[in-house]
Design a protein around this ligand. Structure first.
Ligand SMILES: [Zn+2]
Length: 108
């Protein structure tokens, strides 16, 4: 259970100009990294400083998009659909339920 950001993996995608939202995530993770897991966690919100249990949202990763794209190109698109349907291919983003501030991302 850890939060990690791998810039080197995202760089080729960055050069192509795809998925700029990953940059926003990277920026916020560096600003306030909380040790979060796949389940809602009890943290002090970095924004409103309240003790809260985070609201979690599954989020497809850039790797998910990339693997899905490769699968589509190689006529394995049914696998790409499965990829998006399975929780295991997604990160979990944590938000403050009180002020909706981004708390952290759990990367699988
Ligand atoms: Zn908050």
């Amino acid at each position: 259970m850890h939060v990690s950001v791998s810039l080197s993996n995202d760089m080729p995608l960055a050069i192509l100009g795809y998925w700029p939202d990953s940059f926003v995530s990277v920026y916020f993770i560096k600003m306030s990294t909380q040790p979060v897991g796949p389940e809602p966690v009890n943290v002090v919100c970095p924004s409103c400083h309240q003790q809260v249990v985070t609201r979690t949202e599954p989020k497809a990763t850039t790797k998910t998009h990339l693997i899905a794209l490769i699968m589509c190109l190689t006529c394995l698109w049914p696998c790409a659909c499965c990829l998006y349907c399975t929780q295991c291919a997604r990160n979990t983003e944590h938000f403050c339920p009180s002020c909706n501030a981004f708390v952290g991302t759990y990367e699988r």
